[in-house]
Design a protein around this ligand. Sequence first.
Ligand code: NAP
Length: 462
Amino acid sequence: MAELGTPERPLAVAIVGAGPSGFYAAEALLKAPGIAVRVDLFDRLPTPYGLVRGGVAPDHQKIKNVAAVYERTAQDPRVRFFGGVKLGVDFTIEELSARHDAVIYAVGCESDRHMGIPGEDLPGSHSATEFVGWYNGHPDHRERTFDLSTGAVAVVGVGNVAIDVTRILARDAKDLEQTDIAAYALDALRKSGVKTVWLLGRRGPAEAAYSPAEIEEIGELTSADLVVNPAEAALNGQPLESLDAAARKKTEYVQEHSKKGEGSRERKVRLRFLVSPAEIVGENGRVSAMRLEKNKLESDGKGGLKAVGTGVFETIKIGLVLRSVGYRGIPIPGVPFDEKSGHIPHVSGRVVSAPGQPPLPGRFVVGWAKRGPSGLIGTNRADSVATVNSLLADLKAGTLPASADSSLEATLRLFADKKIRALSFVDWQMLDALEKANGTKAGKIREKFTRVTDMLAALPPR
Ligand code: NAP
């Protein structure tokens, strides 16, 4: 048999998940010197680009331009896209491995962490993941409803996702009219009665997870005042000079801002530090208030600071909670999952059945599924390159298990035999063109299809 990775027998790699980490893995494989390779990219949605489409906020269009790079990768003749097919539902890992010499999981973190406090499951308490998916027209979340008639919302956590949802709530809906925001979300935001967004950090201003530019963008909104309590913006005895550049910048910004007081706009973003939600209180079966415990900071014994409750409580009146305390992976049938970390266990990108176990030959992982929900979109490039380097080292060492039938037809037959319609990249390009055309009609960048059935109905029958 011809050697794997040669023109006679190209290396066949399946990548599950067509978000940033999947595309960067595909790009790294295509660039591997001296290796003949072909890549099949699978996504459970008919649409590619993962969080670039379904996560990045509609008022951050520039970040979405990175999709042009992924599009070039997808158009390489060595790459095929299979959209609308889900691993563990429409096909199994065994079926994939029988047709590919290596499988790379790029499945991200689709769920979210919980706070573990009473009232968390009351109607009116949601994860930020759901809200983000809703305003971005993600088919999983488009049918959700959020009560924006309430005067006050609590956003728990101070990461960049918390900042995104706060900004979308606090912005004048007019600013979003020309973006690719889902039409129903724009309509709901136009009618929003939200006057106060509480942005709740459990530690201090130097420990906030948001980037300096993100909090500055909140401070620069013309539709809302950013209000910070000067006492909470103060440092916990740490000298400003002891902070790294980003922590110092974030701290200086909120300290400066805290001097501005309440401002004159009707809408407020009330950024709080050193408070933890202790309970979500319900009235008439839905969220009505949140009990907060005041925290102090103590050493975590690892060179950092942790929040510790002081036993002092306060209650804020709210009608909606958006929990933004981090994402978490979802287990996929047949794919190892570490419950503790919430992602796929691995060593240098090589999947292991459980921490401490040897790698499973031919199985790899990239992106948030590999390292957890951290980093910006660009962080995934180096991370995917590192995993692909492990894969290429295994190819060189002869430890990749050559598949039984890596032919191009084998995967097509798999779906044809099951009577499953897997969408191609050409199908996506048709949807893309239709979304842009519908957007033009509505005076927007694009009008997304938000239901899979609508996407399929818009395509010519096969
Ligand atoms: P994150 O950066 O990890 O932030 C999570 C926040 O939740 C932190 O403030 C954390 O506080 C807090 N938290 C965790 N558990 C909590 C609890 N039980 N009670 C109260 N607060 C709690 O996660 P993320 O905001 O979901 O973002 C995920 C990744 O995507 C990040 O790398 C982010 O930078 C990136 N992202 C970037 C952008 C952008 O560039 N515009 C936009 C969106 C997302 P502690 O620090 O105290 O743990």
